[in-house]
Design a protein around this ligand. Structure first.
Ligand SMILES: Cc1cc2nc3c(=O)[nH]c(=O)nc-3n(C[C@H](O)[C@H](O)[C@H](O)COP(=O)(O)OP(=O)(O)OC[C@H]3O[C@@H](n4cnc5c(N)ncnc54)[C@H](O)[C@@H]3O)c2cc1C
Length: 305
């Protein structure tokens, strides 16, 4: 039953009609709950408050699968402004980007030129840019581009997904680049030809990758809300004598708020992924697919007048 519900939400996450409806309905429903605000300016007080509580952030301007070059160029300009504001406002924050919002599906030249503009600004302002990992069809291209960027810019990092069979090899391939790496279980609907279909296999693979990444000496961001994985990382890093400045926990804004604070109090570095923007529908649906109970409050309001 859980798998069926997950599949329905992941299927719905791709509906452009529902996406448009969600944008029209406004974002007040989810604002302050699972997204920080509709634009970056509105999100600054939220980020500042998290920083004051000892939590770092990575901000994400919601939106993906852009098909018009002018939209990708506009998104690039906005990303550059966000980096400048992070520095101007003295926020303790990275920025996350989805390359499909910067032209990945349009042309190589476009996405590369947009990413270079962003990375030049990020390098100048000392802000880390993490390239989120999207669905499997874009994984190879994303990693190839990441390797290209990483050879020129130190301020770029990316994400590996434990549910993909290819990831163990990808981790080995990335090792010589010494990246800051976010490890996740994986959020998209993938066929069994490319991804482990059973949750228990994904969990086992996730643990294996955490251990490999840490023993390779890579700075590892363990991005999960799962207590089992958090406890596993704590025990592992103690056993392997890995200092707390070589890894961090990451969680999504609005999820497990208490756990985020407790981990920070215990001296762990915690980073909160803070999404903002009007294009919240796809993100929202993936969160529903993961755990309907957790955000049912917002879902109930979605179809209300
Ligand atoms: C910071 C961050 C960045 C991410 N970036 C990407 C990305 O770039 N690409 C990508 O594909 N995916 C990304 N993800 C999503 C990720 O792949 C998973 O889909 C998502 O994190 C759900 O998996 P999980 O490990 O949190 O736990 P799950 O496997 O979903 O849940 C395991 C258990 O953890 C507990 N749990 C889970 N969520 C909650 C909650 N909200 N409250 C209380 N208990 C809970 C429950 O006991 C649950 O049974 C990101 C996730 C985070 C946290």
């Amino acid at each position: 039953m859980e798998a069926v519900t997950r599949n329905i939400f992941l299927y719905l996450s791709k509906s452009s009609i529902l996406n448009t409806l969600a944008q029209k309905r406004g974002s007040s429903l989810v604002s302050g709950k699972i997204i920080a605000g509709t634009d970056f300016r509105q999100s600054i007080p939220v980020i500042r408050e998290l920083n004051q509580k000892g939590l770092s952030t990575t901000v994400d301007h919601l939106g993906e699968f852009v098909s018009k070059p002018e939209t990708a160029i506009q998104r690039t300009k906005e990303a550059i402004q966000t980096i400048e504001m992070i520095r101007k406002e003295n926020l303790v924050s990275h920025m996350s980007v989805k390359m499909t919002s910067l032209g990945l599906d349009i042309s190589d030249d476009l996405v590369i030129s947009n990413m270079i503009k962003i990375l030049e600004t990020a390098e100048e302002h000392d802000v880390m840019i993490t390239i989120d990992m999207e669905d499997e069809t874009r994984c190879g291209k994303t990693l190839d581009l990441f390797k290209q960027f990483k050879s020129q810019y130190s301020c770029v990092s990316t994400v590996l997904q434990a549910y993909l069979y290819r990831t163990e090899q990808d981790l080995k391939d990335l090792r010589p680049l010494d990246p800051f790496l976010r490890l996740v279980k994986g959020a998209y609907k993938e066929p069994p030809s490319v991804a482990f279909p059973d949750k228990k296999d994904v969990d086992a693979q996730y643990k294996k990758l955490i251990e490999q990444s840490l023993t390779y000496g890579l700075y590892t961001a363990v991005a999960t809300h799962d207590d089992q994985m958090i406890e596993y990382t704590k025990e592992l890093t103690e056993r392997l004598n890995i200092p707390k400045d070589r890894f961090e926990f990451q969680m999504l804004f609005g999820m497990r708020n208490q756990t985020q604070l407790e981990l920070a109090k215990q001296g762990y570095h915690v980073r909160v992924y803070v999404p903002y923007g009007r294009d919240w529908y796809g993100y929202f649906m993936r969160r529903l697919a993961e755990r309907p109970a957790n955000i049912s409050f917002a879902f109930k309001g979605l179809f209300k007048k």
